[in-house]
Each structure stands twice: as C-alpha cells, then as structure tokens.
Design a protein around this ligand. Structure first.
Ligand SMILES: Nc1ncnc2c1ncn2[C@@H]1O[C@H](COP(=O)(O)OP(=O)(O)OP(=O)(O)O)[C@@H](O)[C@H]1O
Ligand SMILES: [Mg+2]
Length: 337
C-alpha cells in the first residue's frame, strides 16, 4: 500500500512543485495519473519510489515513511519504469539487462536465472541481443521486463506507452494488465485516455501540483469540471456519449452512459431495434431516424451536436447496424489512438 499524506515537494527547496497531495493506493489497485504537462505526475512517482523526499507531509510504503527506508528497500517493493526507457537500460545484452537488478541486490544465482529465463520466454526476447540496437517499442518492453523480473508488489509506470505504435502499446498494456490480474498493484502515468479507459480501474487527475479528482475511471473521465480543470479529452466513446446526452432530449440512457465501444455498440443496436419496432409516438430510439433523411430527428441532432464540437467527421454518427459493426473492428480502434 502506498499512502500520500498532505505531501508537498520541491526540487530547489523553494518552489513547491507538489502542494498538499493526499491519496492512498491499495494493494491490487490499477490507478492512472492524468493531467497536463508539468502537473506533477512524474514528481509524484519519484516520491512514491523514494527517489525524492517530501518537504512536508509523509509518503508511506506499507505503512513506513520513505524517509525511514533506504532506496534499495523501497526498490524491492516498488518497481519503477522511467518515462524514457533509455534511462533504464545500461547493459550489453538483453540477458545481462534482466539480471542487472539481481546483481545490484547481490542476489544472482539459480533462482534469479530461472526468473530471467521465464521473462525472456514470456516476452519472446533474444537474450543475446544488444539492447540499444532494439527498436523503441522493444526497448520499452525490455525496460518493463527488467522491472517485472524483480517481482515487486507494486509497479510504477511513467508513460509506458508514449512513442509506441498501436501494436506495441497493446503488447505493453496486455502484460501490465495481466500483472495486475495476478495481484500486482499498478500505478501508471498516462496521457492516452483511450489506454486509461481501457485498463485503469481508478483515475487521479492532477493540475498545478495538486490532485483535482480521485475516483473510479469513468466517474473522473465523465466529470466536465475535472476534464476542464485537468485539460483532459476523454476517450472518444465517452465524448460521443456525453455529447449525445447533452444534445438529444430523447437520448436513451444506455447510450448516455456508454463508456466502451462494446457498451455503445450494444446501446445503439438496442436503440435502433426499439426505434424500428415502435410504430408511432412515444419515446423513439436514437436510431429511429436512420435512413429517413430527416434533419430534425434524434440521430440528425446527435450528428450535429458531435460535429459542432469538432469531434468526428461529418456523417460519422449515422447510427445503424453497419456502423455498429464498424465500431467494433480493430482497424477502427487503431485509428482512434
Ligand atoms: N528535476 C527537476 N528539477 C527542477 N524542476 C523539475 C524537475 N523535474 C520536474 N520539475 C518541475 O516540476 C514540475 C512538475 O514536473 P513533473 O515532471 O512532475 O510534471 P509531469 O506532470 O510529469 O509532466 P509531463 O506530463 O510533462 O511529464 C514542473 O514545473 C517541472 O518543470
Ligand atoms: Mg512526467
């Protein structure tokens, strides 16, 4: 468990970079830190792993203040993936790189070798390869693997997907997600709200060195005040559902609260079905106007509402059976990243 109690921090002893930050990350949680550049996210991570000590308040790892722990003691519990993987890579081969943490702790031996073998197999690495000759995505995976191989109870990942293409991003996040499913606590800084929406259970939003929101992922990502305060653009599905909810009087509840592609697709499909089956009057489904060519229908209103906000190209939200199928295609998801 990691606790921040009224933490303030400074790099030069004068300017407060963090101001009165408090939160608790419990074992097994998956928390994403979001917010603008310079909000203090990386600084918060440095405090969590003891590289930086607070100027006021306390940071506790499993109940012990980091000021009373050596960096090596914290490192056993909290693994850290730097914002730039090249700051982490220092050896001449993939295998050496993965052994490095054990070497520093004086724990080389058969058990360590076995763990390295396991990680090499899991990631599909060539153990003899030279780390700096690997591409950016594989270097990121190697840096992540060198953290994971130590099996810390908590991993802190500072922008683990920045600079990666879609497939590399998915690979990194699948590994992180699996770790979390196996019980590892994950704390991740991330600017990609699609990734945050897909993987984080909880979001902490920061602005100017302070926490402005802390709650379940989609509660935070759907709060207009938080979005504005932390300059966050929510995942596209959330943005569309919020725009429809704001602009369409008869917007079905399931569409208005859809957070994922699957939820939105199901909500639209149901709405289209309801619209087709309602012969006259009453509440119409969102898709009731599909193909009718009218401009005063819920679907047309929705399209206008979304387009007014510059979210999607003209015509995109013309909901119907085919559009729902398109929404679910991997190519469409790739394009949204
Ligand atoms: N090593 C440092 N020395 C002095 N000031 C620093 C240092 N690192 C960060 N800062 C300052 O602390 C503030 C918070 O920076 P931090 O790196 O924590 O932000 P961030 O939220 O991680 O931003 P980004 O999204 O750009 O990575 C910024 O004003 C930054 O300029
Ligand atoms: Mg940062």
């Amino acid at each position: 468990m990691i606790e921040f109690k009224n933490v303030s921090a400074s790099y030069d002893g004068e300017l407060a970079v963090l101001k009165d930050v408090s939160f608790t990350v419990r074992d097994g949680d998956f928390v994403a830190f979001v917010g603008t550049n310079g909000a203090g996210k990386s600084t918060t991570m440095r405090l969590a792993n003891g590289l930086l000590k607070p100027t006021a308040g306390e940071v506790l790892v499993d109940g012990v203040p980091t000021t009373q722990l050596k960096t090596s003691q914290i490192a056993r519990k909290v693994g850290f993936l730097f914002q730039n993987p090249d700051r982490q890579i220092c050896c001449n081969s993939v295998r050496e790189e993965l052994m490095f943490g054990f070497k520093v702790l004086g724990e080389e031996g058969p058990a360590a070798e076995a763990r390295v073998d396991d990680v090499i197999a899991r990631f599909g690495f060539d153990p003899q390869e030279e780390p700096f000759l690997l591409n950016r995505g594989t270097r990121q995976l190697l840096a992540l693997a060198s953290v994971i191989v130590m099996r810390p109870a908590t991993v802190i990942l500072d922008e683990p997907t920045t600079g990666l293409d879609y497939r590399e991003c998915q690979k990194v996040m699948e590994i992180v997600s699996q770790l979390n499913a196996e019980g590892t606590t994950v704390i991740m800084v991330c600017h990609d709200m699609e990734v945050v929406g897909d993987f984080a259970k909880r979001v902490i939003a920061m602005t100017a060195g302070q926490v402005v929101a802390d709650g379940p992922t989609f509660e935070v990502l759907r709060d207009p005040q938080v979005l504005k305060a932390a300059s966050i653009i929510p995942p596209q599905v959330v943005e569309v559902s919020m725009a429809l909810d704001r602009s369409v009087a008869s917007c079905p509840a399931a569409v208005a609260k859809a957070n994922t592609l699957a939820e939105m697709a199901a909500a639209i499909a149901q709405s289209v079905k309801d619209g087709r089956s309602s012969a006259s009057g009453g509440e119409r489904g969102l898709g009731a106007s599909v193909g009718e060519g009218r401009s005063d229908t819920p679907a047309a209103e929705a399209a206008q509402a979304v387009n007014r906000e510059g979210d999607l190209p003209a015509g995109t939200p013309s909901v119907g059976g085919e559009a729902v199928a398109d929404l679910q295609s991997p190519a469409n998801r790739e394009g949204s990243r």
